[in-house]
Ligand binder design. Sequence first.
Ligand code: IP8
Length: 259
Amino acid sequence: MMLVKLGGSVITDKTQYRTFREDVLSRLVGEIVSAGKEVVLIHGAGSFGHVLASEHHIQNGYTDESQIPAAAKVMEDVRDLNLRVMRVLNDGGLPSASLPPSAVATLRSGELDELNVDLFRRYLEVGICPVTFGDVALDSERRFGICSGDHLMERLARELRPERVIFVSDIDGVFTADPSSDPDAMLIEVVDRTILDSLPRTQRCADVTGSIFGKIEKMLRIASWGGDAIVLNGNVPGRLGAALRGEAVRGSRVRGDAI
Ligand code: IP8
């Protein structure tokens, strides 16, 4: 089984509130279906979640009453995105079921606490791809908070032990310097803890839930349980499909033995 996160920066335009990139998602779904692998899918919230969540500091939990309608609106918006994603998946030949974190997960102090992983297993058993996503969820200490797709990736990787963990992003991976300002920046193809700690933390961070570094941190933990994890650029046609087929592909990877 392959565990794949379709980043919000790929399936939405993160600069425009609630802008879905249906054409990009359709192509990625085509790559998944052609690869013929069993998958568990997670998608990010992109501009359906991060814009309002950051305006109302939902990631910090409850601080004032004005956050209540905002948290509810973020849930509505990410559900709207999820429904659009589900339509593309089902129409594209990947029968899928949605498992919203607000219904199957809880947080404790901003961290993922409970997750009903058994439901994911049972959908897989009946041949339906379980799909979850970045959402607002209840928090036992802070009333509510953000359940990010990256946290879900880490938990599902630990519990389901996929063959490969793939983060589909809008950049090729982690670089030696910020590639948007430094023409000499080079992609780091295999990352380990020492390399990660030596990098300048200046590469993009536009989210309420972290940056590429946060993903690599999670990939290192996933690798410590023996799995391979890769971050790759989903805007480049063919890369996700190649990674699913186990082919060499441009990206940054962390190997089970690279810790
Ligand atoms: O896009 C964030 O999830 P992510 C969820 O996976 C919200 O980081 C609601 C902002």
